[in-house]
Design a protein around this ligand. Structure first.
Ligand code: ADP
Length: 404
């Protein structure tokens, strides 16, 4: 049944609230798996704790409706949701680490099983919209497993997440679930930060030697075949089970173990996300020779700059032409404002369209000479709204507000 006008307005307003909420978060990472039980939540927790230990401000959001295990792993069972007005407050479990789990809302582990699809969707949306994280460096989202409606809602509602870490096991590598999960990310234009092979070999609790029970290394081969990065292997380690069962985050309490070091290794690509995200998008989504659209919007104090030459930042959006959708936003400060510098810098950054409010003749000329399409006279709206309107051919433009 199509949505009526009022429902559409409500959905747009909720999506805008989610955008506002996540704007304060530098990197949004989803932890996904082709199926349950492969260690997705264990990885999400240890990733979040490792990032927090490295001094980053981290939020961990557990929206795995059918198996929210994060309260157990972090010894937060029995906690209830704290609200203040319209917002939900996350639990601060350690320095730099805030946690919110859908498990705080369920009375028993079977609660969610009886929910129908729309209820689950509503719950996921509410969590993304209402949890007040404040400023964060990273939000790690423990998503529902598989490639069904629930992970789909998470990816769509989060819009422009940096990417996904996909957790698999050696046995699962041979199955199609994990491949489906990678294809799912590809279809949704969600970059795969990497595949992680969990339960890869067994570490003897007595001598510490690693034995490969199932053939390990398949994850790496599969990642190569599917053209996504491989992050590394985490062995089966009885200490992980003990840590999870006793609510002690593994990497914190067993930080000298080989397994904790394996976790540490997978962190590097995530810490380097600022510089690598563009590369991920280029290798995963753009075929050689593809001409992609990149739209830049000049900003002054976060808003559309009334004059092109007075901006202090550019919001730069990558667009997937085939679906006219934004696949990434990054903000960048331009170099100095001497004549000709900005057009050259935008050209070097492969910008193909600029949406501005006011712009002088000379700048327009230089941009056009650099092969950049210039749209002038935009007057209001967030950068996202301006880009969406432009892609839908609905951007309203007035006069060139300031043309000197
Ligand atoms: P998922 O989120 O994919 O359903 P969990 O993270 O809840 O999976 O893990 C399932 C079980 O496997 C938990 O009991 C957890 O302690 C255990 N586990 C996960 N990774 C490992 C590992 N590398 N070694 C040993 N046990 C593990």
């Amino acid at each position: 049944m199509p949505f009526n006008e009022e429902q559409q307005k409500q959905m747009q307003s909720e999506q805008e609230q989610i955008r506002k909420r996540v704007k304060q978060i530098k990197h949004r990472i989803l932890v996904l798996s082709g199926k349950g039980g492969v260690g997705k939540s264990t990885v999400a927790v240890n990733l979040a704790v490792s990032l927090a230990l490295s001094g980053r401000k981290v939020g961990l959001l557990d929206i795995d409706i059918h198996g929210p295990s994060i309260p157990k792993i972090l010894n937060l069972e029995g906690k209830t949701i704290q609200a203040a007005g319209d917002v939900i407050l996350p639990v601060e479990t350690a320095e730099n680490l805030k946690v919110m789990s859908i498990g705080f809302l369920l009375r028993g582990s079977d609660d969610a099983v009886i929910w129908r699809g729309p209820m689950k969707y509503k719950m996921i949306k509410q969590f993304l919209k209402d949890v007040q994280w404040g400023e964060l460096d990273f939000l790690i989202v423990d998503s529902p497993p598989g490639t069904g409606d629930e992970p789909l809602s998470v990816v769509q509602l989060l819009e422009n997440a940096d990417g996904a870490v996909i957790v698999t096991t050696p046995q699962e590598v041979a199955l199609s679930d994990v491949r489906k999960c990678i294809t799912f990310c590809g279809q949704l234009k969600l970059p795969v930060i990497g595949v992680l092979e969990n339960m890869s070999g067994f570490v003897c609790p007595k001598c510490g030697e690693k034995t490969d029970i199932f053939k390990s290394g398949g994850g790496e081969k599969m990642a190569r075949e599917m053209n996504v990065p491989f992050l590394g292997e985490i062995p089966i380690d009885p200490q992980i089970v003990r840590a999870c069962d006793s609510g002690k985050p593994f990497v914190y309490h067993y930080n000298q173990s080989q397994t904790a070091k394996a976790f540490e290794k997978i962190l590097n690509p995530i810490l380097e996300l600022d510089s690598s995200i563009q590369e991920l998008i280029e290798t995963q989504f753009l075929q050689t020779g593809d001409k992609k659209m990149r739209i830049a919007i000049p900003l002054a104090q976060g808003k559309l700059s009334l004059h092109f030459g007075h901006c202090d930042q550019f919001a730069i959006f990558d667009i997937d032409d085939s679906i006219s959708k934004v696949i990434n936003r990054k903000d960048a400060a331009p170099p100095g404002h001497e004549p000709g510098v900005l057009p050259r810098w935008l050209h070097e950054n492969n910008v193909s369209v600029i949406i501005a409010s006011g712009m002088g003749q000379r700048a327009q000329q230089l941009l056009t000479q650099n092969g950049i399409k210039v749209v002038i006279g935009a007057s209001s709206g967030s950068p996202e709204e301006l880009v969406s309107a432009f892609l839908e051919n609905a951007l309203e433009t007035g006069d060139n507000i300031c043309d000197h």
